[in-house]
Design a protein around this ligand. Structure first.
Ligand code: GLU
Length: 446
């Protein structure tokens, strides 16, 4: 059977790291098993869903290079839900309820006050046809609950959490449809998963209790439930579900210069027994992906770790991969010279500017100015040998007796305007003979 996974965001906000992690894992699982990865937009909540967020979801998936094999929108599938719903009504698996929110709240409080779990008492099931008709005549539209089968214990083998058990009698019959006819997420999701042939539902552990209810919905709809896997949630580096993490959008990471490959490398491994490594090769991430590696402890997301990974990914990135994102004129040699200094790709422009000039005038002491005058003379005398930096510093070392910082730093300052940066042996050929000489002389004069 072909593996089919899906990512099912509600377009009520931007995707954050936790969401995109779930998307990535579903994609990796599908790829690993030669299956299909679907995008389902859960937009039944008309009031909160926004088209702009749907576009943002697509953009984020494309940015992370998570190609989808199909897309569906719940708002376009209402007729399908209606048909299944009608069957469930007929079978008595969903039933109308007329309590107001206040009445339900009161019932909850009474139960809690008695130290009992606030499970819905099924009062609506006890209404006679007449009583129901009275409610309708009084203009009260019902909301609908799914009737759990108390005689059948709920169990499933969770691919991450192991065997799960729930007593249906300890759970409230879930509301599946509101009085205005709109849908709550759970029933349409189960209907879709059946219709779309979803074989694996991989999502956050905040959905475990929903799964318990949905397992019975699959049964009532005449289908085998898919394989479920619930991953531990992401927490901030301080070990808590931080507000910052909850609002850290994929878009913000992208705007901050995080490479998709870095985010994928981190999120693929976080919360698993495998080490986080700067793996840019997507196939390697796919090959290494296994739900058996996931643990139950919360996965710690550390922005500093992501930044380190980002730098490591950039340092190994091939020119062809980045060429179209580099400043005009920057070639492979320049990329290789500059790459080890980058923590964000955008910083390449700054270093390229230093190659092409003009550069900032450095602060130099008179002693160094004399040294630079000598360096300019040596450079003229040397011509432009194969390895100009080594030739130049070699000559200057023996001519002046300078070494270490005193030998190198004034040259770097004069040639780049900075006291740190890429390897000068690689940078100097990029700057070129004429410009190098001009900068040394400019440094000498001050
Ligand atoms: N729209 C639901 C959510 O974003 C989908 C959950 C699921 O994967 O089934 O929480």
């Amino acid at each position: 059977m072909t593996t089919v996974t899906r990512f099912a965001p509600s377009p009520t906000g931007l995707l954050h790291v936790g969401n995109i992690r779930t998307a990535l894992h579903n994609w990796l699982l599908a790829k690993k098993r030669g299956g299909r990865f679907l995008l389902r937009i859960d937009d039944t909540d008309k009031a909160r869903s926004r088209e702009a967020f749907v576009a943002a979801v697509r953009a984020d998936l494309a940015w992370l290079d998570l190609d989808i094999d199909g897309e569906a929108r719940q708002s376009e599938r209402l007729a399908i839900y209606e048909a299944s719903f009608a069957k469930l009504v007929e079978q008595g698996r969903v039933y109308p309820c007329y309590e107001t929110a206040q009445e339900l709240e009161l019932k909850r409080k009474v139960l809690l006050g008695r130290g009992l779990p606030p499970v819905y008492d099924r009062a609506a099931l006890a209404l006679s046809a007449e009583e129901q008709a009275d409610k309708e005549a009084a203009g009260i539209a019902p909301h609908w609950r799914f009737k759990l089968d108390h005689a059948t214990p709920i169990t499933w083998d969770d691919a991450i959490r192991g065997r799960q058990h729930f007593d249906p009698a300890a759970l409230s019959d879930p509301v599946v449809r509101r009085a205005d006819g709109s849908w709550l997420y759970m029933l349409p999701s189960a209907i879709d998963d059946i219709e779309m042939g979803v074989t694996h539902v991989l999502r956050g552990e905040d959905h475990v209790s929903n799964t318990a209810l949905q397992v019975q919905m699959f049964g009532a709809l005449g289908a085998e439930p898919p394989r479920f896997a619930h991953e531990a949630l992401l927490v901030g580096s301080e070990g808590k579900l931080s507000k910052r993490l909850g609002s850290l959008s994929v878009e913000a990471l992208r705007d901050n210069g995080i490479e998709p490959a870095a985010l994928a490398a981190l999120l693929a491994r976080l919360g698993t027994s495998q080490p986080v490594e700067p793996i840019a090769d997507r196939q390697a991430l796919i090959d290494g992906f296994d739900l058996a590696h996931f643990g139950r402890a919360p996965a710690r997301f550390d922005e500093a770790e992501l930044a380190r990974l980002n730098a490591a990914i950039l340092h190994q990135m091939r020119f062809e991969t980045v060429a179209d994102r580099l400043p005009e004129g920057m070639d492979a040699a320049a990329w290789h010279a500059i790459r080890p200094n980058l923590s964000r790709l955008a910083d390449a422009a700054e270093w390229w500017q230093i190659v092409t000039g003009p550069i900032e005038a450095p602060e130099l002491v008179p002693d160094d100015r004399a040294y630079l005058a000598e360096a300019a003379e040596v450079l003229v005398r040397l011509g432009w040998p194969e390895n100009p930096w080594h030739a130049l510093t070699g000559e200057l070392k023996s001519a002046t007796g300078r070494k270490g910082k005193a030998l190198f730093l004034p040259l770097r300052l004069a040639l780049t305007g900075k006291d740190h940066g890429p390897d000068m042996a690689e940078l100097l050929p990029l700057i070129g003979a004429g410009e190098a000489l001009r900068r040394l002389r400019a440094g000498a004069i001050g």
